[in-house]
Design a protein around this ligand. Structure first.
Ligand code: MTE
Ligand code: MO
Length: 259
């Protein structure tokens, strides 16, 4: 295999003892059948500091995640995490099929903007069939359609100081607070990073994140924020929530969940 996965294996061996005692709180269940050495298991095992450095060093920033053919979509996309938010702002946004929804994009940008769903649907779209890997230990192949995040960034013009894109969501998960996630500018501009409004040739359903969710195809499922209300460009995370840049990272998960 590649040099990159060899290094990750070595790192894993070194940390395996430490990892064995870690409680995994994300999603619902930890599937013990995931083999050590499986990339999803590696990501869960906290090899991500190394994974991030290694991926940034050894992989092309624009290397694509594997795409599948339509015949490989075996079932509907399994919903997970929040599946029917009852937060008041979400219920308001949901009225009339999200007719009054606007995605806000601001923070460290020269031209803050907002977009209706119709405006987003009228922008050049990308469709991709990819596999979603949840830290819980399940995967699902689905077809996603949306606007490349890079196209939105080109319009709002991030300032030089902008280092991360933060996705602020409508939903409170498990009473633990509002869901949010973030990615660096390399993942933000990756060709497969899209703001998806369509899934399996239909409008994105509420259970999978309507009206808009992000796809970040080289990372684990929890990075793929659903129910996005606002994108904020920031230079660091210290002002946000508990300062780790992600709902799950604030609870002890890795911020970088590369697979
Ligand atoms: N806003 C929000 N985004 C979220 C979650 C959530 O609870 N709220 N769960 C995450 C997790 S753990 C996974 S696996 C995927 C699930 O996406 P799906 O419901 O389309 O399967 O969404 C991610 N994004
Ligand atoms: Mo997940």
């Amino acid at each position: 295999m590649t040099r990159f996965s060899m290094r990750r294996r070595k790192f894993l061996t070194a940390t395996a003892a430490g990892v064995a005692g870690t409680t995994l709180a994300g999603c619902d269940v930890f599937d013990p059948l995931l083999r050590p050495g499986h990339p999803v298991r590696d990501a869960m095992a906290g090899a991500n500091a190394l994974t991030e450095a290694a991926q940034r060093l050894l992989l092309d920033d624009n290397a694509l995640a594997r795409e599948f053919s339509a015949s490989e979509i075996r079932q509907g996309m399994r919903p997970n995490g929040s599946t029917d938010p009852t937060d008041i702002d979400y219920l308001i946004a949901k009225q009339n099929d999200f007719a009054f929804y606007r995605l806000e994009v601001g923070g460290l940008v020269e031209s803050p903007a907002s977009y209706s769903l119709e405006e987003l649907r009228n922008m050049p779209a990308r469709t991709q069939i990819t596999r979603h890997d949840c830290v819980e230990g399940w995967s699902c192949i689905a077809k996603w359609t949306g606007v490349p995040l890079a196209a939105i960034l080109d319009e709002v013009k991030p300032r030089d100081s902008a280092r991360y894109c933060v996705f602020h969501c409508f939903d409170t998960y498990g009473g633990a607070g509002l869901y949010y996630e973030s990615i660096d500018m390399i993942d933000a501009r990756h060709p497969q990073t899209i703001l998806a409004y369509g899934m399996n040739d239909a409008a994105l359903p509420v259970r999978n994140g309507a009206p808009l969710r992000v796809r970040i195809e080289r990372q684990l499922g929890y990075k793929m924020a659903k129910y996005i209300r606002r994108i904020e460009l920031v230079d660091d995370f210290s002002r946000l929530y508990r300062g780790k840049g992600s709902f799950w990272a604030d609870l002890g998960y890795d911020w970088y969940a590369g697979i």
